[in-house]
Design a protein around this ligand. Structure first.
Ligand SMILES: Cc1cc2nc3c(=O)[nH]c(=O)nc-3n(C[C@H](O)[C@H](O)[C@H](O)COP(=O)(O)O)c2cc1C
Length: 176
């Protein structure tokens, strides 16, 4: 099962993430949890989130980049759900062996993230990658949709098809 943890503060105003979700909507074996719709008051049901994670083989953290990081509810989700004694710590292995895909949309183009005037994209990924590895998860190469401010809808749709293909490829590989 693929679990999409989706954190968009204004899902109704999304273009890029909305297209991504539309394209994967027809796949089987996918559960999408839209955090800002589930928890508008930021009171996260930790037990429900952990139960969803236990069902998953691949976990996807999908969100728009905000100030080079995640939206705040995504960060709170990590803080609350990846709890000591469950996700990490002595004898805790609930997430061990599961795969983690970071699927992020950005306003900036890929050159915006070149090392130099801005931190590189790989550098920005490090806190999430470290979190996944600390919990014993397999970090997959991230999926990034860049330039979302200036993309026309055709380009967004093409990128969303790539996203769908990434998930399909993973399903095929994991089912042998
Ligand atoms: C508060 C805020 C902060 C943002 N910070 C960044 C950023 O640091 N880097 C970047 O490339 N885009 C940034 N953006 C642009 C969003 O990532 C972009 O609008 C989003 O990925 C588009 O996806 P959507 O159409 O699903 O909303 C920011 C947008 C907002 C609202």
């Amino acid at each position: 099962m693929i679990l999409i943890i989706y954190a968009h503060p204004y899902p109704q105003h999304s273009h890029a993430n909305k297209r991504m979700l539309e394209h994967i909507g027809t796949l089987e074996g996918i559960e999408v949890r839209s955090l800002y719709e589930l928890y508008p008051d930021f009171t996260i049901d930790t037990a429900a989130e952990q139960a969803a994670l236990e069902r998953a083989d691949l976990v996807v953290w999908q969100h728009p980049m905000q100030w080079y990081s995640t939206p705040p509810l995504m960060k709170l989700w990590i803080d609350k759900v990846l709890a000591h004694g469950w996700a990490y710590g002595h004898g805790a292995h609930a997430l061990k062996g599961k795969s983690l895909l970071w699927a992020v949309t950005t306003g900036g183009g890929d050159r915006h993230f070149d090392i130099g005037s801005h931190p590189g994209f790989d550098v920005l990924a490090q806190p999430l990658q470290a979190t996944a590895l600390y919990c014993g998860m397999k970090w997959l190469p991230p999926f990034a949709m860049h330039c979302t401010f200036i993309c026309d809808d055709e380009t967004l749709q093409a990128q969303a098809r790539h996203y769908r293909q990434r998930l399909l490829d993973w399903q095929e590989a994991s089912h042998g």
